[in-house]
Ligand binder design. Structure first.
Ligand SMILES: Cc1cc2nc3c(=O)[nH]c(=O)nc-3n(C[C@H](O)[C@H](O)[C@H](O)COP(=O)(O)OP(=O)(O)OC[C@H]3O[C@@H](n4cnc5c(N)ncnc54)[C@H](O)[C@@H]3O)c2cc1C
Length: 482
C-alpha cells in the first residue's frame, strides 16, 4: 500500500477502537472526542501532505517492496544525501505544527529504520528476532503506521543508581512465555500520541538501566493499540474546544500524553525483537545507533521550533513598535543566536555523519547530543521567557474572537490598535504568543522539551561517565609541565 492519506489514518483509528480513559470517561471514538480530535486532524494533515503534488517527491521514496511511493522517514539512510533528504522531509512535517508535535510519526519511523539497518544486532539475542525487526519495518513502511512508544517503567521509589528499582507489581513484566508468544503485565509512562496511534512500541531506555536481576523486564516489542488488555489513561486535554483564533496551538496540536496499563497482554513471537537479555537491552542504543537517528528528527524539529519562536518574537516587536529599544533588540538577537547554534549542530551532525558497522549512515552523535540537550535544558525555556518578556501585558490585554462582535467592539478596535496593527490582527498574534508562552499547552511544551528524551540529570551522569575527557586533561597536564 502506498503512503497513507489522512482519511485512511482516521478510518484506521475508527476501525480499531482501543481502550482510552480521559477524565473518568471511556472514549468511544478517539477521532471525534473533543479532547483528541484536534490532534487526529493534525496527524491526518501530515499524511495528506504526502499526496500534495508539490511535495510528494520530497516526502516519499519508492518502496523497495512494491515501487509505490512510501514515507521518506522509512528510508534506511546509506549516504549523507539520504540524511539531508530525510531532514528536508522532516522539516516539512515539523513546520506543519510549528515544531509543537514531538511525536509526529517520523519520530518512531526513523528508529525502526535504524533497527532494520542494524537488524544483525537483534540476531545476537535470538536469530529469529532479526527477521522480526525486518518484517516489522516492512509492515510499518507499507502500511504507513503511526506509532507511539512508552519506555519508562513506573517506580514506587527512586534511588540514585544508574539502574532503576523495579518492582514486578508495577513495572512492565513478562509473566508467561507460550508457544505463540509472551504475556506481559504492568505499566509504562508516557505514551505521547498513544490514544491516537495505530501501534505502541515498547523497548528499554538507555538512561534507565536494567540490572542483571531485571531479565523479566528486559524486552522490546510492538503491538496494535487495540490489543486486548492495553489501556491508555490520559492527562487532561489542552484542547479546550476554543476556536483557532483563541487557542491557535492547543486547538490543533494536542498530541496527548498517557500512562499505559498492560493487563496480561499477549504479544505474538513475530512482534518480539529482544527478550530477557539484559546486556542487549541496555546496549541497543549504542549497538544500533538508533538514538542518533531519533536525535536527527528531534534536532530538525528543534530548529523549526526555534525559527517559529524567533518569527513570533519579531512579529510581537513589529506589532508593539518596540524594535528601536536596545534591550528588545538584544533579546531578539539572543533568539537568532540560539536558532543559528541549533542549525549549526544539525548541519555538523550531517557533515560529520559516518556509516556504522551495519552500513547505515549515522549523524554525528556529539552534535546531535549537544543541540538537543541545550534545547531542552536552557534554549527552549529561555525562548518562552523572551516571548513573555517581549509580549508583556499584551499577553493579557487580549480580547477573544467574540469580543469583536459585541457592543464594545468599537472601543476594542480603537484602543487596542497599534501604529502597525489593527486590534484584530494584534489579538490574533497575541493569542498565538499566549498559547506559545503562557497557556497550559505552552507549559507542557517546556516540560516535554526538558523530559521527553529522558531525565536530564541521568543523561548528564551518563555523559560524564562515558565521555572521553582524557585528551583535554592531557593538554592541561602538558601545559602544567611546561
Ligand atoms: C510531556 C512528556 C512527554 C513524554 N513522552 C514520552 C513518550 O512519548 N514516550 C516515553 O517513553 N516517555 C515519554 N516521556 C517520559 C520521559 O521519558 C520521562 O519523564 C523521563 O525519562 C524521566 O523519567 P521519570 O519521569 O520517571 O522521572 P525520574 O527519572 O524518575 O526522575 C524523577 C526525579 O528523581 C530524580 N532522579 C530519579 N532517579 C534518578 C537517578 N538515578 N539519578 C539522578 N536523578 C534521579 C530526577 O532528577 C527527578 O527529579 C515524556 C515525558 C513528558 C514530561
Amino acid at each position: 500500500m502506498p503512503a497513507r492519506t489522512g482519511q485512511e489514518y482516521i478510518k484506521g483509528l475508527r476501525d480499531r477502537p482501543r481502550e482510552v480513559w480521559i477524565d473518568g470517561e471511556l472514549v468511544e471514538d478517539v477521532t471525534t472526542h473533543p479532547a483528541l480530535r484536534g490532534g487526529v486532524k493534525s496527524v491526518a494533515a501530515l499524511y495528506d501532505m504526502q499526496h500534495d503534488a508539490a511535495l510528494r517527491e520530497e516526502l516519499t521514496f519508492a518502496s523497495p517492496t512494491t515501487g509505490d511511493p512510501v514515507g521518506l522517514s522509512y528510508l534506511i539512510p546509506r549516504t549523507v544525501e539520504d540524511l539531508e533528504r530525510r531532514r528536508d522531509m522532516m522539516t516539512h512535517w515539523a513546520w506543519a505544527s510549528c515544531g509543537m508535535m514531538g511525536r509526529s510519526p517520523d519520530f518512531l519511523n526513523v528508529i525502526f529504520s535504524a533497527w532494520a539497518g542494524a537488524s544483525g544486532y537483534f540476531a545476537q539475542d535470538r536469530p529469529e528476532f532479526e527477521q522480526n525487526v525486518l518484517d516489522y519495518h516492512e509492515f510499518i513502511r507499507e502500511n504507513d503506521v503511526a506509532l507511539t512508544h512508552a519506555l519508562v517503567n513506573l517506580q514506587r521509589r527512586r534511588t540514585p543508581n544508574a539502574a532503576d528499582t523495579l518492582s514486578d507489581q508495577v513495572a512492565l513484566t513478562v509473566v508467561k512465555e507460550t508457544d505463540s508468544g509472551i504475556v506481559v503485565k504492568g505499566s509504562r509512562v508516557l505514551a505521547t500520541l498513544g490514544p491516537i496511534s495505530d501501534e505502541i512500541a515498547i523497548y528499554p531506555v538507555a538512561a534507565h538501566r536494567l540490572d542483571d536481576s531485571d531479565w523479566r523486564q528486559s524486552f522490546s516489542f510492538s503491538i496494535p493499540c487495540d490489543t486486548s488488555g492495553v489501556k491508555f489513561l490520559c492527562r487532561e486535554s489542552f484542547d479546550l474546544g476554543r476556536s483557532h483564533f483563541n487557542h491557535p496551538l492547543g486547538s490543533r496540536f494536542e498530541e496527548m500524553d498517557s500512562v499505559v496499563f498492560f493487563d496480561n497482554v499477549f504479544v505474538p513471537w513475530e512482534r518480539v525483537f529482544l527478550l530477557g537479555n539484559v546486556e542487549l537491552c541496555n546496549g541497543y542504543a549504542a549497538g544500533t545507533q538508533s538514538d542518533t537517528h531519533t536525535g536527527h528528527q528531534v534536532l530538525t524539529r528543534c530548529v523549526v521550533k526555534a525559527e517559529f519562536m524567533l518569527g513570533l518574537a519579531d512579529l510581537i516587536v513589529d506589532t508593539l513598535g518596540s524594535g528601536t529599544i536596545p534591550h528588545v533588540q538584544e533579546q531578539v538577537a539572543e533568539l537568532i543566536t540560539q536558532r543559528d547554534m541549533l542549525k549549526s549542530c544539525l548541519r555538523a551532525a550531517e557533515a560529520d555523519a559516518a556509516p556504522n558497522q551495519w552500513g547505515v549512515m549515522c549523524p554525528a552523535v556529539s552534535s546531535i547530543r549537544a543541540g538537543r540537550t541545550l534545547f531542552g535544558r536552557s534554549v527552549y525555556p529561555r525562548m518562552v521567557e523572551i516571548v513573555q518578556i517581549l509580549g508583556t501585558s499584551s499577553l493579557m490585554a487580549l480580547p477573544s474572537e467574540a469580543d469583536f462582535d459585541t457592543p464594545i467592539a468599537d472601543e476594542v478596535n480603537q484602543y487596542l490598535a497599534t501604529d502597525t496593527a489593527t486590534a484584530r490582527d494584534r489579538a490574533k498574534l497575541f493569542h498565538l504568543a499566549w498559547d506559545a508562552s503562557c497557556s497550559a499547552f505552552s507549559g507542557r511544551q517546556v516540560l516535554y522539551e526538558r523530559m521527553f528524551g529522558g531525565n536530564p540529570v541521568r543523561n548528564s551522569i551518563s555523559l560524564y561517565t562515558n565521555y572521553d575527557k582524557e585528551p583535554f586533561k592531557q593538554k592541561v597536564r602538558e601545559f602544567l609541565d611546561l
